[in-house]
Structure formats: C-alpha cells, structure tokens
Design a protein around this ligand. Structure first.
Ligand SMILES: *[C@@H]1O[C@H](CO)[C@@H](O)[C@H](O)[C@H]1NC(C)=O
Ligand SMILES: *[C@@H]1O[C@H](CO)[C@@H](O)[C@H](O)[C@H]1NC(C)=O
Length: 167
C-alpha cells in the first residue's frame, strides 16, 4: 500500500466525546510511521462506560489514483494500552461521492472480521494481514472498529494498510 490520498475525519480534536487528541489525528494512521498513532474516544463521557468507548469510530479514504480492488487489511498497534487495540473491524467500499460518503450512504460491506491483532503481537507491531475474497472495485473505502481488546477509554492504532490492486 502507498499513501492514503484524501482523508475526511469528521470528529474534531479534543479530549472528550467524539474527539481525538490533537497530536493523535487520523493522518498518523496512514503516514507509514508506526511510532505515531490515531486515537479516538468515541462515546467517552457520553455513557461513561469503558466497554464501548472508541467503538464505531471510523474513517474513509478516497484514493486519488482511482478505482482499486481491496483484498486485505493490516493493522498495527500503537505504543501503549493494548486494551485499546482493534479486535473486530469492517471494511466497506463505495463509488459514491462527497456528501454521500460523509453521511454513510451506499457503503458496501467487503470484510467483517478479525483485525489480525487477536493475539496481541506487542506494541508498535503490525498484526497479520487479513486477506478476504473480494471482486468488487471501489473508489473509496471505509474502515470501522466494532470491537476492542478490553475496557478502555478509546480505540487506537498506529497504521491501517489496505492491500490489493492499485493501492
Ligand atoms: C516518525 O514519527 C516520529 C514522531 O513524530 C518522528 O520523530 C520520526 O522522525 C518519524 N519517522 C520517520 C521515518 O518519519
Ligand atoms: C465502481 O466504479 C468503478 C469505476 O467506474 C467500476 O469499475 C466498478 O465496477 C464500480 N464498482 C461497483 C461495485 O459497481
């Protein structure tokens, strides 16, 4: 995989509900630098419950180079707190544009399964690439974390790499 070309984070920087810390923004998950991370609190402080904080946080990317075929995803752990690791993730694809992508219209499920981090590989380490059967090409991809390792105030990862054709 190469650099992610366009990223649209919808949450804003901060230390509360729906926020990411200003130094741990989404671009850190695509810089190919494992020492930096993306962290999102998700519903932190909303229900004040650590079982769901960070879950269902997501991002989407539109590749400038055009349509591509995703066949695998690899996720790398951050520097600390293994409880925040993604354990179950989804990858979806779409050919829609701007506003539909933002509002989550027309995302098609490509993968729903293990992150490759079920057995903790350690900090600052990439998990096993999860390969999947997919023959549909898309312009945009959405990555979502639906389960984390344990109780924590957030979900975090240092890299997400999409593999396939034309990444
Ligand atoms: C990775 O990020 C760290 C922290 O910002 C920085 O010090 C380091 O130079 C970066 N490494 C590369 C290869 O860019
Ligand atoms: C998405 O658009 C590309 C480019 O037009 C096309 O090749 C591909 O088949 C489309 N994907 C789906 C699932 O329709």
């Amino acid at each position: 995989m190469h650099e992610v070309s366009v990223i649209f984070p919808l949450s804003i920087s901060g230390n509360s509900y729906g926020n990411y810390p200003s130094t741990q923004s989404l671009d850190k998950a695509s810089g190919n630098n494992i020492t930096t991370k993306y962290l999102n609190f998700g519903s932190y402080l909303y229900l004040n419950t650590y079982d769901i904080c960070g879950l269902n946080t997501r991002f989407y990317v539109t590749l400038k180079r055009g349509v591509s075929l995703a066949m695998g995803v690899q996720i790398c752990t951050a520097d600390d707190m293994s409880a925040r690791d993604p354990i179950i993730v989804t990858l979806e694809g779409s050919n829609s544009t701007n506003i539909d992508l933002t509002y989550g219209i027309n995302w098609n499920l490509i993968y729903n399964g293990n992150s490759g981090l079920t057995n903790d590989p350690g900090r600052l380490t990439c998990g096993q690439t999860q390969f999947f059967c997919n023959s549909k090409q898309y312009m945009s991809y959405r990555f979502l974390v639906t389960r984390k390792r344990a109780l924590a105030n957030s979900v975090q990862y240092s890299e997400v790499r999409l593999l396939g054709f034309n990444f």
